[in-house]
Write a protein that binds this ligand. Structure first.
Ligand SMILES: [Zn+2]
Length: 83
């Protein structure tokens, strides 16, 4: 995934809630996760296995890389403004 795509995704995630059941993100305006609300436990398990999503997964390194990318972009933009 490109850096820009990661940044856009991160910005979108600010208005999103991570579903504790399926691990996918959904918009705050939904009271229930639209991805898994119609699934029973068996269907959910099959869905998670098929999609390779781990609801408990922590993307610590991924978040660090995105933060580093944001800092680099900000420094780059500042260096252009100052000139
Ligand atoms: Zn869900």
């Amino acid at each position: 995934m490109s850096l820009i795509a990661r940044l856009i995704l991160l910005l979108q995630e600010r208005n999103q809630i991570k579903c504790t059941r399926c691990g996918l993100y959904f918009h705050k305006q939904h009271t229930q996760c639209p991805h898994c609300r119609d699934m029973n436990a068996t269907q959910l398990e099959a869905f998670l296995e098929e999609s390779g999503i781990d609801p408990e997964a922590k993307s610590g390194l991924g978040q660090f890389l995105v933060l580093a990318a944001i800092i680099v972009v900000v420094i780059f933009l500042f260096s252009r403004i100052i000139r």
